[in-house]
Design a protein around this ligand. Structure first.
Ligand code: GLU
Length: 380
């Protein structure tokens, strides 16, 4: 069954967690080499790989004399700056032994939030793949501040999966897959081989565990699987510490947990609006317009807006909220805050009279609008 599932796969995003290539003492060079060897075998089989590798902070902290987790942000950023060179060097050396090449791609959330930079990043990564070079992506930890963080590399790997339109996301974790219960608390816990949909029930089973190294626990992996599913891609969570795990996956071995892609996938543009683009403000929308958007698939017109919050420019993403402030959709807005303040509550026919010009009737056009999914609450 797994073999059939993987038969169509050509482009793979592989996420390597810090816990897979490092331990609390620092980077495990042998693990980086083992994973690189495994990836090179996939390249030999004609697959394209985009690697999202964590581990920079773990690899660099030793040189700052830090044992355990670095505490302050400057410490983490300095450790990442040091450690990133260590991990890339080790990947590069091992790939080179197979006559393969790697390239480093460091991204911030801002890079993917801006459409032009998003497309630029996409072109760069696709060009590297065209040249047969394996991109190794990480968050640009050294420069990011909280407002522009992806947060964790599970999320980053899901966004990269959509960015490069990969066929599968493989998350290498330090556990065998997704369990009914936390296996570290209950050794009898059963592994779930296939998850059809990440429902709130599944999420509550994931708990909120954080590993000793790295940022993500199972909850961030479930969120990543959900986001990948919405771009029409399945996610496999497997144990990255198992020998030759990648080769074994593509040999058809039934390992880990496979999360099926969603039936109703978002277009690449809508996926970007939903998850990569950072919302800048809020529109409060009356009940009639809310129903028109949710039930009848309509665009948002100025007449339906009864309040605004936050500064935004034309082309920014905004949240569409009900009168209680609850988000029900988000989309790219065709007018600036200053313009909205003048035309809100008014008919489309009045826009030109009020502003002296009109871009379009719709404030948020349907093509640029995504309904907020019941179980996908964005925190930022
Ligand atoms: N970017 C961080 C690093 O390379 C890891 C983030 C994560 O573990 O999710 O250390």
């Amino acid at each position: 069954m797994r073999k059939a599932l993987l038969a169509h796969v050509k482009r793979v995003v592989i996420k390597v967690g810090s816990g897979v290539i490092s331990n609390p003492a620092g980077l495990e060079i042998g693990r980086v080499s083992a994973i690189s060897n495994d990836i090179c075998r996939l390249l030999d089989r004609g697959l394209e790989v985009v690697l999202v590798s964590s581990g920079a902070i773990s690899a660099g902290k030793g040189q700052l004399g830090i044992t355990g987790r670095p505490q302050t942000i400057p410490q983490k950023q300095a450790a990442a700056a040091i450690g990133q060179t260590h991990i890339i060097l080790r990947y590069k050396e091992t790939f080179q032994a197979h006559d393969e090449n790697v390239a480093q791609v460091l991204l911030t959330r801002d890079d993917l939030s801006n459409r032009r930079r998003y497309l630029n990043a996409r072109n760069t990564v696709l060009t590297l793949l065209e040249y047969g070079i394996t991109p190794i992506v990480n968050e640009n930890d050294t420069v990011v501040v909280d407002e522009i963080r992806f947060g964790d590399n599970d999320n980053l790997s899901a966004l990269v999966t959509s960015l490069v339109e990969a066929d599968i996301l493989i998350i290498l974790s330090d556990v065998d897959g997704f369990y009914e219960e936390d296996p570290s608390l209950n050794p009898q816990a059963q592994l779930i081989p296939v998850v059809e949909r990440v429902t709130p029930e599944i999420e509550s089973m994931g708990g909120d565990t954080n590993s000793l190294v790295g940022t993500g626990g199972m909850s961030t992996k479930l969120k990543a699987a959900k986001r990948a599913a919405l771009s029409g891609v399945g996610t496999l969570i497997v144990n990255g510490r198992s020998e030759n795990i990648l080769t074994r996956i593509f040999d058809g071995e039934d390992v880990g947990t496979y999360f099926l892609p969603s039936q109703s996938k978002l277009t690449a543009k809508k996926h970007w609006i939903a998850f990569s683009k950072k919302p800048r403000g809020k529109l409060v929308v009356d009940e009639g317009a809310q129903m028109a958007v949710i039930k009848r698939g309509k665009s948002l017109l100025p007449s339906g807006i009864c309040g605004v919050d936050g500064g935004f420019e034309r082309g920014d993403a905004v949240r569409l909220c009900d009168r209680d402030g609850e988000e029900f959709a988000r989309g790219v807005i065709s007018y600036s805050l200053a313009e909205i303040l003048q035309i809100m509550g008014k008919q489309c026919s009045e826009i030109e009279k009020i502003l002296g010009y009109k871009y379009r009737d719709e404030v948020v056009c349907r093509d640029n609008l995504v309904l907020t999914l019941e179980d996908e609450e964005e925190s930022d």
